[in-house]
Design a protein around this ligand. Structure first.
Ligand code: FES
Length: 578
């Protein structure tokens, strides 16, 4: 580039800001120097952006400032120039009405912040559920070299002499309290016993799943997903990531070279082996959409049929992430899957997926089962089809009740979440354990934001009878920490007049997971008649971000991204600011 157009000369992108010997270069460097940076930092060395989603209202990410300091050590050591910048953060337990409403907004923030600034490579600091996919989506649309460094899980919860898991035991305790099996005093005591260190949920919920997904995709360094947030080895790995991203800039190892179709197939198989969250499906589809990688909803089903379910973690099993790390973490799982994976897929370590895990050792076969002795096979997230979900639905087999996987029952319909809360515990509610609970208006446009409401609470009168699971279906998502025979992500959603909107009390619904079928036993003629009567509700917002969201959000089978965000715009910024 010519210097007199305001763009400096230099090997890397950042020279376009810091390399100019003119007014533009003066402006870009001079104000940065007010922080005390010496002149040699602007000599053309790689500038590394550390994209920090730290926030005190995202408790899972509140410690990321310390992780950023470790990354900076590595960047300095390798001859780079580290600069931390904040982005929007999404606190799963605090934000209303749901963080999913804001995932795309955070992705836009990340994308534009990376592109608009003088970065040659980025470290993505994330942790809580949506922060990981939002950062990957945004960064993928810019396509610089990038490494994901997640903040790590909390230590195991400890309550009355036993381990408890975040999320999973909240649902269990809540049912126990409602059924009279737990006192209110114990319930409130458990609160501080569950979240007792920095970090994200330590079950195999969505945060641990997405951290594992980043590692399986080759975007996070080996073992990075499982090291507890407070373990010193997390900070050593973060320092190594800081050094490695500088090398990646020299190698021009961009995200698009790592996020190939093979990498996505690896992630899908690993997700089945770890019993990962159903939210993985939505986020992976959205990431693939940014890169133009062709991924269909049915790929998620076809690729997992033979995959052994190996990781015995809550909510599908017994243990927690701390145990998973001590057992050897994700490298052990990937080594066990061996030839099922694309071993030659490139990763941020500079080595292939197979090379990364060649020396992995399993230190606890109760936590990570060997491939020859799996917990189950093909027990990941199945994709359902049928007249109730023409564009698909999902069910997490490993977290469901085997006896309910083939079930026909009478629909008990809740028109929206307010209707459910108003009638759930009424003695008048005509329901028994053979019924199928149906929730409408909980999809991307309908709620809006597709909240984690799909694991509908069971009616109190059934809990008191000792019933602990029923078939439940909706266009909502559910927390990765949840369990039960729960059909989610029905597409098209009810708010758009999809078949789910047409279900009435008393209709018979058939779930047949073995044949991947979800069927509403109502004639086509009757469905047509009901469809003609369907009246959409008025839009939930007429201005602001929520209007943008409702106008542009895609359905679950397309990853719930915005239609205008699919694809990438690259890293070029053609014009100067002054
Ligand atoms: Fe943040 Fe679970 S609430 S990971």
């Amino acid at each position: 580039m010519a210097d007199d157009d305001g763009n400096g000369n230099g090997k890397y992108r950042s020279a376009g800001w810091f390399g100019g010997k003119n007014m533009h270069g003066f402006v870009h460097r001079s104000w940065m120097k007010n922080q005390g940076f010496a002149a040699e930092n602007f000599d053309g060395r790689p500038v590394i952006g550390i994209c920090n989603s730290m926030s005190e209202v995202t408790p899972c990410n509140a410690h990321l400032g310390r992780v950023a300091e470790a990354v900076k050590r590595g960047v300095w050591k390798a001859g780079g120039f580290p600069l931390v910048f904040p982005t929007m953060s999404l606190g799963e337990t605090v934000m209303r009405p749901t963080t999913m409403l804001f995932r795309n907004l955070m992705a836009m923030d990340v994308e534009e912040s990376i592109r608009a600034n003088p970065f040659d490579g980025v470290i993505l600091l994330c942790g809580c559920d949506k922060t990981t996919p939002a950062q990957i989506m945004g960064a993928a649309s810019v396509d610089l070299p990038a490494i994901v460094v997640t903040g790590g899980p909390m230590l195991n919860g400890k309550f009355q002499g036993r381990d408890i898991g975040s999320g999973t035991d909240v649902w269990r305790f809540t049912d126990d309290l409602r059924a009279g099996r737990m006192t209110l005093e114990d319930f409130l005591d458990a609160e501080s016993c569950m979240a007792r260190s920095a970090g994200h949920c330590m079950t195999m919920g969505t945060a641990s799943t997405m951290a594992s997904m980043a590692e399986a995709l080759g975007l996070q360094l080996p073992t990075g997903a499982a090291i507890p947030a407070v373990d010193s080895r997390r900070y050593a790995l973060a320092e190594f990531a800081g050094a490695r991203i500088v090398e990646m800039v020299h190698e021009d190892l961009r995200m698009s070279k790592i996020l190939t179709r093979d990498a996505f197939e690896n992630a899908i198989k690993v997700n089945a082996a770890i019993g990962g969250s159903t939210n993985f499906v939505i986020h992976l589809l959205a990431i693939a959409g940014r890169l133009g990688v062709q991924l269909r909803l049915d790929d998620f089903d076809e690729l997992i049929r033979d995959v052994p379910f190996l990781v015995n973690l809550q909510p599908s099993g017994e243990y927690l992430m701390e145990d998973f790390y001590y057992a050897g973490g994700l490298p052990v799982v990937m080594k066990e899957l061996g030839d099922m994976l694309h071993g030659d897929a490139m990763t941020v370590s500079g080595k292939s997926a197979a090379e990364n895990v060649a020396n992995a050792k399993n230190h606890n076969e109760a936590v990570i089962r060997p491939r020859a002795d799996p917990i189950d096979v093909g027990a990941g997230t199945a994709i359902l089809r049928g007249n109730l979900c023409p564009d698909g639905a999902v069910i997490k087999i490993s977290a469901a009740t085997p006896a309910l996987m083939q079930h026909k029952g009478r629909a008990v319909v809740f028109e929206d979440i307010d209707d459910l809360y108003a009638r759930l515990d009424s003695p008048e509610l005509d329901i028994d354990e053979t019924c199928v609970m149906v929730l409408k208006q909980a999809g991307p446009k309908g709620y809006p934001g597709m909240p984690e409401l799909g694991n509908l609470p069971l009616p109190k009168k059934l809990l008191e009878k000792g019933i602990d699971d029923m078939v439940r279906i909706s266009d909502a998502r559910m927390s990765g920490t949840c369990y039960g025979t729960v059909v989610l992500h029905i597409a098209p959603e009810s708010a758009t007049g999809g078949p789910l909107a047409l279900v009435k009390d008393g209709d018979m619904i058939e779930l047949d997971v073995a044949n991947r079928r979800l069927h509403l036993d109502v004639s086509e003629a009757e469905m047509k008649r009901r469809a003609a009567e369907f009246t959409p509700r008025t839009a939930p917002a007429d201005r602001g971000y929520t209007k943008l969201y409702v106008d542009h959000v895609l359905q679950a089978d397309e990853g719930v991204d915005f239609d205008f965000l699919r694809g990438a715009s690259g890293s070029a910024v053609p014009r100067q600011s002054h």
